[in-house]
Design a binder for this molecule. Sequence first.
Ligand code: SF4
Length: 954
Amino acid sequence: MADGSEPKLDTSPHVSDEVRKTTCYMCACRCGIDVHLRAGPDGRMKVRYIEGNRDHPVNRGVLCAKGAAGIMQHYSPARLMKPLKRTGPRGSGEFREIEWDEALAIATDWLEPIRRDDPRKLAFFTGRDQSQSLTSWWAQQYGTPNYAAHGGFCSVNMAAAGIYTLGGSFWEFGSPDWERTRLFMIFGVAEDHDSNPIKIGIGKLKTNGAKVIGVNPVRTGYNAVADEWVGITPGTDGLFILAMVHELLRTGHVDLDYLCRWTNAPWLIDRNPGASFGLFVRDGDGKALVWDRATNRAQPFDKPGLKPALKGDFQTPDGGRATPVFELMAQKYLEPEYSPDAVAERCGIPAATIKRLAAELADVAFNQAIEIDQPWTDFRGERHETFIGRPVSFHAMRGISAHSNGFQTCRALHILQILLGAVECPGGFRFKPPYPKPVEAHPTPHCDVTADCPLNGPHLGFPRSPDDLALAEDGSPARIDKAFTWENPLSVHGLMHMVISNAAARDPYGIEVLFMYMANMAWNSSMNVAGVMEMLTAKDESGEYKIPKIIYSDAYSSEMVAYADLVLPDTTYLERHDCISLLDRPICEADAVADAIRWPVVEPATQAEGRDVRGFQSVLIDLGARLGLPGFVDGEGKAKYRDYADYMVNHERRPGIGPLAGWRGKDGDQFGRGEPNPEQLDRYIENGGFWMAHLPEEARFFKPFNAAYQEWAVGMGFFDKPQPFVFQLYVEPMRKFQLAAEGHGERQPPDHLRDRIKASFDPLAVWWEPFEQAAVDTSEYPLHAITQRPAAMYHSWGTQNAWLRQIHGQNPLYVHGSVMEAHGLKDGDWAYVISHHGRIKVPVARNDALNPHTVWTWNAIGKREGAWAVDPKAPEAQKGFLLNHLMHELLPPRGDGLRWSNSDPITGQAAWYDLRVRIEKAEPGAEVSEPRFGRQKSPVGQGPDRVAYGEGWE
Ligand code: SF4
């Protein structure tokens, strides 16, 4: 100080009056948070600040920028205030505020008659919600087959490939063994799933001296801190992985013991021409057979003491010929087309690098193997004295998934993991309970509709053969999104991105009500955005909307709100109950099981304050009761659940199994199974908002094969009986689709799809050129265009958040220096980006940490003028942009009279990352991004210049 005195600092300021612990929802990671509250001048508790919960199994106290900015999400000016009924034309944004009674009466009036008449007329799709075990059950009780969440355009390739191969996927379903891994390879990861655990994990690896290799066309985020960055060309990950598989097989670096015991590598494949060619050879009980070298005969794979053959040509009990999976696999991947030299140029990775990386993987897996002294017994009854570990682990997400070859690419990565013996072992990738679960533990899809009745089973599932497709009797699609049809048989998450176009085209049939939750389809959650806006407002000859009624629920005034006829305003995540349920997906870590809740840590604003919103899940339960849906009403037709909190405690999916696994039973002393406990939520709140139980020591590794784990899982209610299984290098259900395409079986694909199914449904992973790349003239569109998820944003929610906007207020197109120079561009210039479908105008910036054939930008920063209460002159609305305008859900015409889908032919996953473009320098002029769609009228208007939440606090 100028007078020489010491400044007076308050080192212990009065931060909060109370701390309440709940679960973050600023991205999909589900971290535990401590919400500090302080009484405001009006006496009401207000959020003062948010920090990480140090005891929480997901984040251990770590909080990211998004999580801390949850306070601005809660006090956002973009929050919807009251239910709304459209008064102007659809899309105009003109609404009348209504009371909840009227809103729920309208929804009931719309939904009740179509359930009595034809429940298919409701299409109910949800976006990034975390309550899918409730929403799917509600839709099932309603009786419509038209339900899914948003996985079809997110990462269904990853989910499906994982379940069919390993019984679980990357994502948040498992994690690398961060303590023991010595080499970690990460592919195309979105920083909104398993986000803080990966950051914490990479920190541990760095501390332990392990090596991190990032494989991504762009060096940002995790790739920026990787020890080695592999700047791969988009869409070639599968080829790169299979070249490493080639190298491992060529050099003999595979874990033969692991393959024999824990995988279907020795299972015999029928080689006799006919309807069973390529299927597993099975005994009379349906058990797959292996060739036992000890007895020189075929034996069931799960018999103890076998010495299975991995190669050879054998005579089966019925006199036919059979070959082990491993031999077919080795023959395939040792072909020269998979050699590093053959793939290097296409992948943009030197052959020597591919060979070195394969050698590094092998060296760490086999020369630095781990052994943990812990006796355990496998499902065959064989005793082992140790757990043997391969300290190599992988993680991957949307970057390798959102391609038209994404399913097989994800399969290829799992094959690589398995060959190294690096799944479920110490040091490798390990699942979080209740995963892994074999395909057999999952349902098949259901689509049988009866008026006024529930659907005949769960909508979504894992087809085992063409018999499980969702087809009507005449072979037409049973679902509005055409999921589970011959065009995309394994669309296990549905196809949300096709709902609006199919409904507007009334193909395969028209619907009456489109009901959506948290899905910004009129902006960043669609391809062909302008086309989708047109479809949402399209009218037929009689002047009626082709999609007659749209109900939309969201907490914020997104671009989609203007296209709704009825808006049901949701609460923020700090104001409501929520259930992070094991019926949906796991949280936690591989050594434990956990679930969690959200609860109203802040009292919802009241009607008197002019904001009257309700948690969507409670609204759905209310609607279920008003509609008299089975399960939502008691024997007298009265509402069974008061609200979502009541449902979370009292709903039983099976006797003793409910949404929450902790503190079950009358006295709250049971876990996993047990009757409802009326005080269950209190116990969660006392425990910091979560429940966790550790695995017994003997059950910690090799879960699918480990008898102790299986027994523990049955006790927890994951299964009703042990479900041991082995990893599937060769996926037999895929061969069944190929057989159909070859003409075998009752259900036959249309002729125009036969060749595609034969080629794409290879039961061993293969690679093909991304469809858009094959469909366009690549000399006209020489560049790949992709997006990256910024660490500070979770889709369009983040770009209206007063704090997060200061990190990413706009998004230039990042262009490699060589391309900038070739086009005479410098930082800050504007360029046109042109695809086969459209043209956008964007600002550019140089970025050399980039695959030179690729341009990229941050995801979902651009906003439509007027939406989200953001100033229409703000950079997000003027300079921000979306690549979505360049994409179309269909590929360009290729002269055969058909428009083929821009998606993976196996799962239907939208191929966002297949986009091909060229750029052209824009002449100096107005520096605004294009296309422009005019200012949207928002029911919440424009926010204030200054968002203040602590007025009146000292
Ligand atoms: S990683 Fe996601 S869930 Fe965790 S604190 Fe950040 S925003 Fe919240």
